[in-house]
Design a protein around this ligand. Structure first.
Ligand code: NVA
Length: 215
């Protein structure tokens, strides 16, 4: 994340300050809102990667410069924008492309729902029971899809999701902050493993994608 944002900003002619928690006063109790107000006096924009989505909203509410979400527990929008560009490069366009997202209905899945809806893709998300994307985000994606011609489906069966797909996408089974659930998640997600048997149902020229890190 840091490399892509720093290099991107520099290639576009900007300059970058990277602030880790050690470089800020947050750990001493300075509020997010004060941090946002002070930074807004000095910088033209803020990219923040945070655990909690609420932190980013709080920062954006108090900042008067643009705030870019570099990852939260709820969304990962820049990842999906980069993924859409990759798909366009490999498939020559986005219209009519079928993407199967197999696995956890997590932050990446949420951004995929909104990204696919916005850009008119056909997206099938397959998740085990109890790990589906949030219903309000699915509903929002489906309402955007009605205007853009996208098709958004959330289903259970990974084979059904992958059938004829141009892109197969997955993410880790335990995201940041879910390390303690890793063993249980490994069992729940085993039938959702993207392996040779599953991908045999995809289009002959499908591409496989993962937001990384994969482990
Ligand atoms: N779902 C993963 C994405 C990492 C880029 C996580 O939140 O850990």
């Amino acid at each position: 994340t840091r490399v892509s944002f720093e290099v991107g900003m520099q290639q576009l002619g900007g300059r970058v300050l990277t602030l880790t928690t050690r470089d800020m006063q947050l750990s001493r109790g300075e509020t997010i809102a004060d941090t946002a107000r002070v930074l807004s006096r000095y910088v033209d924009g803020i990219m923040i990667r945070a655990y909690s989505h609420g932190t980013v909203e709080e920062l954006a509410d108090a900042a008067d410069v643009p705030v870019i979400n570099g990852l939260t527990d709820l969304y990962h929008p820049c990842q999906v924008m980069a993924d859409l560009l990759t798909i366009r490069e490999h498939k020559g366009g986005l219209a009519g492309v079928t993407v199967a997202y197999v696995g956890d209905g997590n932050n990446v899945a949420h951004s995929w729902l909104l990204g696919a809806a916005q850009f008119g893709l056909r997206l099938r998300v397959a998740c085990p029971a109890g790990y589906e994307p949030l219903p309000e985000i699915v509903a929002r994606a489906q309402s955007i899809a009605r205007q853009t011609g996208a098709e958004i489906t959330v289903l259970r069966d990974p084979v059904e999701a992958v059938m004829g797909a141009d892109v197969i996408y997955t993410d880790v089974w335990a995201s940041m902050g879910q390390e303690a659930e890793a063993d249980q998640r490994r069992r729940v997600f085993a039938p959702y493993q993207v392996n040779a048997r599953l991908v045999a149902h995809a289009a002959g020229d499908y591409i496989f994608m993962h937001c990384l890190p994969a482990h």
